[in-house]
Design a protein around this ligand. Structure first.
Ligand SMILES: Nc1ncnc2c1ncn2[C@@H]1O[C@H](COP(=O)(O)OP(=O)(O)OP(=O)(O)O)[C@@H](O)[C@H]1O
Ligand SMILES: [Mg+2]
Length: 242
């Protein structure tokens, strides 16, 4: 059975594309076939997070327009077997994900949709298409409010199985602000799927043109290990959140 996982946040820059790419790589490590669909036409950068900068020569707009078949547009990851990128069209193309998902579902164990920040019609699309929606928030009040608003809108649109990822967690900063991870969970109002530490290896991997999970194989520490834990929880395995 294929699972469609949509990633949203409300606030921009919380780490949606980082999470989409890292979870896709981690699921591939677990032996799953995964397609990562860049649903952010205007500010697309999922290819960079996958270490596949500008490797996709064709995108889902080409498939929809009939300029190529789906196979040609599914660009294989050089680092993770069974992982494919379907790049965003150069212009927003409402309905593209809905049109392509039936075929993608039949071919892949996971279809991961990386949506833009903000609240647009795509929130309704994500709610309608995804089996699971992951809201990514950082641990600050602006992100909390936007995450809460996004979760409310998703619920209103009928989203199934909403979960929270708290990204860029810095324990020293939390302590200095007399805050805890629970504050983020309470304010956004979603069940926690996992937290990810703030980790300079995320930026270093991006700068080196590598996927984070290819660059960091440490089993316990850092953002890569956290994403591996979250992927296992997506798979239904019992892995502690912290
Ligand atoms: N856990 C982390 N530790 C350190 N840096 C991170 C982490 N997660 C994301 N970043 C950095 O934060 C920035 C924003 O991340 P990303 O592009 O994934 O966010 P986004 O939510 O997809 O943004 P947008 O809303 O523009 O699509 C990037 O520079 C990324 O490298
Ligand atoms: Mg993004």
């Amino acid at each position: 059975m294929s699972a469609v996982v949509a990633i949203l946040s409300g606030k921009g820059g919380t780490g949606k594309s980082t999470a989409a790419a890292a979870l896709a790589c981690a699921l591939s490590e677990l032996g799953r076939s995964v397609v990562c669909l860049d649903a952010d036409a205007e500010l697309r950068n999922l290819d960079l997070c996958l270490g596949m900068g500008d490797q996709a020569l064709l995108d889902c707009g080409d498939v929809i327009a009939g300029r190529c078949g789906l196979d040609k547009a599914l660009t294989p990851s050089p680092d993770f077997p069974g992982l494919r990128l379907l790049a965003a069209p150069s212009e927003p193309l409402p309905g593209a994900a809905a049109a392509l998902l039936p075929e993608l579902r039949s071919r892949f164990d996971y279809c991961i949709l990386d949506y833009p920040g903000g609240l647009g019609p795509f929130v309704g699309e994500a709610a309608a298409l995804a089996d699971r929606v992951l809201v990514v928030s950082t641990a600050d009040p602006c992100s909390h409010r936007d995450g809460e608003r996004t979760a409310q809108l998703l619920r209103r649109e009928g989203a199934k199985d909403l979960r929270l990822i708290v990204n860029r967690v810095n324990p020293r900063l939390l302590k200095a602000g007399n805050a805890t991870l629970d504050d983020t969970v309470d304010r956004v109002g979603l069940q926690l799927l996992g937290y990810v530490p703030d980790d300079m290896r995320v930026t270093l991997a991006l700068t080196a043109g590598q996927p984070l999970l290819a660059a960091d194989k440490r089993p316990k520490r850092g953002a890569a290990a956290a994403f591996r834990r979250i992927a296992k929880r997506l798979e239904g395995l019992r892995v502690p959140v912290l």
